[in-house]
Each structure stands twice: as structure tokens, then as C-alpha cells.
Design a protein around this ligand. Structure first.
Ligand code: ATP
Ligand code: MG
Ligand code: FE
Length: 343
């Protein structure tokens, strides 16, 4: 079975082709990604209407490119998976509309996929995929959650953020430091030559005893420091603040992951979502987990942020387990707000 996956929940158009052959691990045949970051940068964030229109422009050319890369004809696609939510309603509608129309034209089923399930299962695209069960730390631009994952589709929420997501904390702090959108990777780069102990920033809920998070207060604390250091701080001061911010976020993520591992008694951790690309986070998680005999799995660096491969892979793993519920009636709906595990 060949599965085409379309991702369009936010500001990247992603397309990928995955092949399922019996019980063997699904194989990624080809993928393409078009990021709209440059277009949104002028506005300091994602402009939803511009995002939708750009998905319209990109999705079919990208699909053609992916198919030709794989040497597969459109007629040889057996299933079309698409991101149903959560995300921007207009952006989701483009991917869903195109997927369902293509499926109808080819007379194949269409399968809606949860975007976060895609992130969560993205490490299955690595050479060394995880085994179930595991604890998942999902750290993206819109979500920060710890979950117990027993199988594809068996997700139990252990705790999540009560306000901002970790990626949001990175992006908002970076913006305060004058860095371009999305600021996470820029802040991380700046932090490389900064002193993480230069500024004492809060670690909200660090000792709550629960795997929950709060990052809104950190952003406020960064704002206070930015005001204190004035209009034209030297590069070193800015780097110090960047490093201190990153250290605060990373410390919380590491401590809470360890707590979730302890609560569940599991010895395997999967990290997914854009912030999973952060090298400080990887370094500290690796060190903490090694000490405790815990194996950590990450998606490939390029597959941490949004992409089509994770959507096609999530669909493939569901198809293999017989837990996919594809539709053939040409109908569809998007779910801009949708909790993973909810019906
Ligand atoms: P969601 O998946 O919750 O809907 P999203 O799709 O926007 O949100 P992702 O694409 O998974 O989120 O990740 C984007 C986020 O990851 C941004 O906030 C970005 O700043 C952050 N990010 C990416 N690389 C890094 C890095 N190296 N260090 C820190 N943050 C990073
Ligand atoms: Mg993105
Ligand atoms: Fe995402």
C-alpha cells in the first residue's frame, strides 16, 4: 500500500509518500516540504490568511515533485492521509480539501490524521525506532505535554502546560531579544556563547510534584530583564539572557520528563515536536536518562518541526494495525482545536 500524506496545519506545506508492506516497518519513499517562514517573518508571526493561500499555491506542485522523486504515479497511490487538526482552520481546510478531492478523483479512501499523533510517531521514521510502551515529551509551538503511550492510538495524558507551550516560550522570549520569527532556533544559537547562570529566571511549577508546566511567567521575567538591560545592550548581555532563558526552559522539561518516567516506571522516553531539535535539551535529557538507564528516542532533526512524513507515517502505522478509519464518501471536516486522545 502506498500512502500519500499531506500536512498543512500551520506555516509549512508538507507532502510525503510512505509504503506499507505487511508487518514490515513502513518505508518513507519520498517527501517534500515548503516552509512559509520567510513570508511570515515580515509580520513577526504567522498570518493565517496568508498561510492558507500559500498552501493552495504549494500543495499540488509539491505533491507532483514527491511522486516523481519516488517514481510513483498518482494512480498508484492507495490512500491519502491529511492533517485534520489541530491548527489554523483555513490552513487545515486547504490540505483536507485537496486530500479528499484527490482521493475522490482516484477512487481511493482518505484518512484524517491528528497532527500531534504525527509528531508523536515521527521517531518511527528514524533508523532506530522506539518500542512501546514509552513516555512521550511533546514539545512544539502550540503544545507541551507528557504522555504515556502504550501503542498507536493508546495515549494517556500525564500532564500538560497550563498556559504557554515551550516553543511559545522560546519564540516570545526571542522576540523580546529582537530575534526573527520563529525565534526558538535563533535564541538557541545566541545562547551558545552566553552564560546560562547570568540571569536568575523562574522555573514555574518545577516543584509542583505533577508533570505539569507553566511558561507564561518566564516570558514576563524575560521582559523585565530586557527592560532592565535597556535599549542597546551589548551582545554578551543578550547572549547571557538567551542562555539563561534556554536553561530555565530546558531544566523544567528535563525534570518533568524524569518525573513522568518515575510515575509510570517506564524506561523509554520519546521526544517530539519542534523544541525536540534543541541541542541543549537533547544534551541534558541524554545525560539525565543515561544515569537512570532510560533510553531516549528523537525524530531526525529535520523531522522535529512540521512535515508531511510524520502524517504519512502515522497513517501507515494505523493502517498496519487496522485502526485507521478512512472515508470514501468525499466528506470531511477539520478540527482546529482537538485534544489527542479525545473522540
Ligand atoms: P503544534 O505542533 O503544537 O501545532 P507547531 O506545529 O507550530 O505547533 P512545531 O512545528 O512542532 O510546532 O515546532 C515549532 C516550534 O519549535 C517553534 O516554537 C520553534 O521556535 C521551536 N523550535 C524549533 N527548533 C528549535 C530549537 N533548536 N530550539 C528551540 N526551539 C526550537
Ligand atoms: Mg511551523
Ligand atoms: Fe506541529
Amino acid at each position: 500500500q502506498r500512502i500519500l500524506g499531506l500536512e498543512s496545519s500551520c506555516d509549512e506545506t508538507g507532502v510525503a509518500l510512505v509504503e506499507v508492506d505487511g508487518d514490515a516497518p513502513p518505508r518513507l519513499l519520498a517527501q517534500g516540504l515548503y516552509s512559509q517562514i520567510a513570508m511570515h517573518q515580515a509580520y513577526g508571526g504567522v498570518v493565517p490568511e496568508l498561510a492558507s493561500r500559500d498552501h493552495v499555491r504549494r500543495v499540488l506542485p509539491l505533491t507532483r515533485e514527491v511522486l516523481s522523486q519516488a517514481g510513483v504515479a498518482l494512480q498508484d497511490v492507495d490512500l491519502i492521509a491529511y492533517t485534520q487538526g489541530p491548527g489554523l482552520a483555513g490552513a487545515l481546510l486547504v490540505g483536507a480539501g485537496v486530500a479528499v478531492s484527490l482521493a475522490a478523483a482516484l477512487d481511493v479512501p482518505a484518512l484524517p490524521v491528528h497532527h500531534l499523533e504525527g509528531h508523536l510517531l515521527s521517531p518511527f521514521l528514524s533508523v532506530d525506532p522506539p518500542e512501546f510502551p514509552f513516555v512521550a515529551l511533546l514539545v512544539s509551538g502550540g503544545h507541551t505535554q507528557l504522555m504515556r503511550v502504550d501503542d498507536v492510538g493508546a495515549y494517556e495524558m500525564l500532564g500538560e502546560t497550563i498556559d504557554d507551550a515551550a516553543g511559545e516560550a522560546f519564540d516570545k522570549s526571542a522576540k523580546l531579544l529582537g530575534l526573527p520569527y520563529p525565534g526558538g532556533p535563533h535564541l538557541a544559537r545566541m545562547a551558545e556563547f552566553g552564560n546560562p547562570e547570568a540571569f536568575a529566571l523562574p522555573r514555574p511549577l518545577l516543584h509542583s510534584g505533577k508533570p505539569d508546566f507553566s511558561f507564561a511567567g518566564l516570558k514576563t521575567a524575560v521582559l523585565t530583564q530586557v527592560k532592565k538591560i535597556g535599549d542597546s545592550p551589548c551582545e554578551q548581555t543578550k547572549a547571557d539572557l538567551a542562555a539563561s532563558t534556554q536553561a530555565a526552559i530546558v531544566e523544567v522539561l528535563v525534570k518533568k520528563s524524569l518525573l513522568a518516567l518515575k510515575m509510570t516506571g517506564l524506561k523509554r522516553l520519546v521526544v517530539a515536536g519542534g523544541v525536540g531539535a534543541n541541542s541543549k535539551l537533547r544534551e541534558q535529557l541524554n545525560a539525565a536518562c543515561e544515569k537512570r538507564g532510560v533510553r531516549v528516542h528523537y525524530p531526525e532533526l529535520s523531522l522535529c518541526t512540521d512535515n508531511g512524513a510524520m502524517i504519512a507515517m502515522a497513517a501507515a502505522l494505523r493502517v498496519q494495525r487496522g485502526s485507521a478509519e478512512p472515508r470514501r464518501d468525499g466528506g470531511f471536516e477539520v478540527r482546529p482545536r482537538w485534544e489527542l486522545g479525545a473522540a
